[in-house]
Design a protein around this ligand. Structure first.
Ligand code: A2P
Length: 393
C-alpha cells in the first residue's frame, strides 16, 4: 500500500490566529468556525506556513493511505493518530524541503517567517496544551497605564510553583479562559507575549509576567485583567521559536513597539540589565503611545540607566505637541541607526500595531538612502540571518 504524507493542523494546539492562511502561497489553508485545515490536493509542502505559526500547531505531517478531506478536518477535535499507516513515524516532519523564494515572499503576514538569531538559545515549545495545560497561580495583577489613561493595561505575574515552565525572551504563552465556547467546547487559547527574562519575573522564582490590554468584549483580555492574586489559571505553551533574543553580548538590538508590543522588549531589556556584560551590544528602544499616561511601564522605563538602553518615545496625542510616531523617531536617530545597520551584529525587532510595519519599513528605506545603504537589498539579508523580526496585529 502506498503511503503519502499529509500536512495537517493540530486543532488542540492551534490558536486560530489566521497566520498560516495568510502565509500560504497556494491557498491550501482555509477555516470554518471550528478549525483551520489544509487541502491535500492544493498543499505543495513548501512549508512557508510553518515558521510564522506561533504555536507549532501547523507542523504535523501524517503518513496516510487515503488523505483526509477538508470536510473531515473541519470536524476534528484532535489529530487522528494515523490513517491505516504505521503508527511509528506517524507524526514526523517531512525531509527538509528546499526553502523556496516563496518563503521570503510570504513573510508579510506576521513577518516572522525568518529563523531565530543564530546566537539565540534553544527554546522549549508546546510543553503544555489547551487539553493538557499547566495550572499557574496569580502572584499579582496591577494596572500599568496612568490614572487618566483610556487604555487599561495590566502587568500580571503568574507563578508556576513546582511545575517546570522553561521559556526564553520573545516567547509567548497561551491562556485558556474558563468556560466553553458556543459549541460547548473548551475555549481557544489566547496568546500573550512574555514580559520577563528567562530567569523569571523575579530571579530564581518560577514565574513570569504578561502585559495585557483590556479589549472591550474580549473574553481573554477581560479574564486576564480581572484576575486576582491567588487565582488559578490554565496555561499552554511556551510558544514561539523565531522572535527570540540574540544571546550575544555584542548584538545590537533595535526594538520598535507600540502598546503591549513592548512586552518582549521588557524581557530583552531585563535580560541585559540583570546580566551585565563586557560586550559592545547596544539596546535602542523606540516606543509609541498616545500620551505618557497611556504608555505601559512609563515610570520604570524612565528610570533605566542610559548606559543600558537608549529610549526614544513617540507620543501622538499630547496636547500642544506635534503628533509623533515611532517611525518619526527612527528618522530623528538616522545617523546612529545607519551606523548600526552597517554592523553585522545588529538585529531589528518590531512589535505592535500592524500599521507600524510599513511606516518603519519606509523610515529604514529613507535612512539607508541617506547613508549609502540599500534597504531593499539589506532587508532580505537581515531576514535570512534571523536579524529582522516583525510581530504585528
Ligand atoms: P494614534 O494617536 O494616531 O492612534 P494605541 O494606543 O491605539 O495602541 O496606539 C499606540 C500608538 O501607535 C499611538 O500613538 C498611535 O497613534 C500609534 N499609531 C497608530 N497608527 C500607527 C502607525 N501606522 N504607525 C505607527 N504608529 C501608529
Amino acid at each position: 500500500m502506498e503511503l503519502r504524507r499529509q500536512h495537517l493542523i493540530d486543532p488542540v494546539v492551534c490558536i486560530r490566529c489566521n497566520t498560516c492562511q495568510e502565509a500560504c502561497p497556494v491557498d491550501a489553508i482555509s477555516h470554518d468556525a471550528n478549525n483551520y485545515v489544509v487541502s491535500f490536493e492544493k498543499c505543495t509542502g513548501c512549508r512557508t506556513c510553518v515558521s510564522p505559526c506561533p504555536t507549532g500547531a501547523i507542523d504535523n505531517w501524517l503518513l496516510v493511505d487515503r488523505p483526509w478531506s477538508v470536510e473531515a478536518q473541519f470536524g476534528w477535535d484532535e489529530l487522528p493518530l494515523e490513517q491505516s499507516g504505521p503508527a511509528v513515524d506517524a507524526v514526523t516532519p517531512p525531509p527538509p524541503e528546499e526553502v523556496s523564494e516563496l518563503m521570503a515572499a510570504a513573510t508579510t503576514a506576521t513577518g516572522s517567517a525568518v529563523p531565530a538569531p543564530a546566537s539565540a538559545s534553544k527554546p522549549y515549545v508546546n510543553l503544555y496544551s489547551r487539553e493538557k495545560p499547566v495550572v499557574a497561580r496569580v502572584a499579582g495583577n496591577r494596572r500599568i497605564t496612568g490614572d487618566g489613561a483610556e487604555s487599561d493595561v495590566h502587568h500580571v505575574v503568574l507563578d508556576f510553583q513546582a511545575n517546570a515552565f522553561p521559556f526564553l525572551e520573545g516567547q509567548s504563552i497561551g491562556i485558556v479562559p474558563p468556560g466553553a465556547d458556543d459549541n460547548g467546547r473548551a475555549r481557544n487559547i489566547r496568546l500573550y507575549s512574555i514580559a520577563s527574562p528567562r530567569e523569571g519575573e523575579r530571579t530564581g522564582f518560577n514565574n513570569l509576567a504578561l502585559t495585557v490590554k483590556r479589549v472591550a468584549g474580549g473574553v481573554g483580555s477581560n479574564y486576564v485583567c480581572d484576575l486576582k492574586k491567588g487565582d488559578e489559571v490554565r496555561v499552554a505553551g511556551p510558544f514561539g521559536q523565531a522572535f527570540l533574543m540574540p544571546d550575544d553580548p555584542h548584538a545590537n538590538i533595535i526594538m520598535i513597539c507600540t502598546g503591549t508590543g513592548s512586552a518582549p522588549f521588557r524581557a530583552f531589556t531585563e535580560r541585559r540589565r540583570r546580566n551585565p556584560h563586557d560586550g559592545t551590544g547596544r539596546l535602542m528602544l523606540f516606543f509609541g503611545a498616545r500620551t505618557p499616561e497611556e504608555l505601559p511601564y512609563f515610570g520604570p522605563l524612565m528610570k533605566l540607566p542610559r548606559e543600558l538602553i537608549d529610549v526614544n518615545l513617540a507620543f501622538s496625542r499630547v496636547p500642544g505637541q506635534p503628533k509623533q510616531y515611532v517611525q518619526d523617531k527612527l528618522r530623528e536617530r538616522a545617523d546612529e541607526l545607519a551606523g548600526l545597520l552597517h554592523d553585522a551584529n545588529t538585529h531589528i525587532y518590531i512589535c505592535g500595531l500592524k500599521g507600524m510595519e510599513q511606516g518603519c519599513d519606509e523610515a529604514f528605506a529613507d535612512i539607508c538612502r541617506l547613508n549609502a545603504l540599500d534597504w531593499t537589498g539589506l532587508r532580505p539579508v537581515l531576514r535570512r540571518e534571523g536579524r529582522y523580526h516583525v510581530e504585528t496585529y
